[in-house]
Ligand binder design. Structure first.
Ligand SMILES: [Zn+2]
Length: 111
């Protein structure tokens, strides 16, 4: 199985990182050459591409992005990404609820 390679540019310092995705027996292997990626931590570059956010890509090749998603589809990696997105949405919703509750409380205490 061939490898899919992406190059992304860091927003903060312009450094370029290389991402490589390939299929394995267990799903997908997706590496990034940034500091977080090399340490084995999850990095924003891989997460962004798995979420179809190609803004950091030096060159966007639609076929490669599509191939990455085909490769990741149904994998444990993609399940984990979806779980994270869902958890983030829950947090965002809770924060919005908290802001609303604080506004209501402030109105009551201020009146
Ligand atoms: Zn990275």
């Amino acid at each position: 199985m061939s490898e899919i390679v992406f190059t992304v540019r860091s927003e903060s310092d312009g450094a370029q990182y290389r991402l490589e995705a390939s299929r394995t027996d267990r799903g997908i292997r997706f590496t990034c050459s940034c500091a977080a990626g090399l340490k084995g931590a999850h990095c924003q570059h891989r997460l962004a591409l798995l979420l179809k956010d190609t803004r950091a890509c030096v060159e966007v090749i639609d076929a490669d992005v599509a191939a990455l998603h085909q490769m990741a589809k149904g994998s444990h990696l993609m399940q984990a990404v979806e779980m994270m997105v869902q958890a983030q949405a829950t947090v965002d919703e809770a924060q919005a609820d908290l802001r609303r509750a604080k506004r209501v409380l402030a109105t009551m205490l201020g009146g």
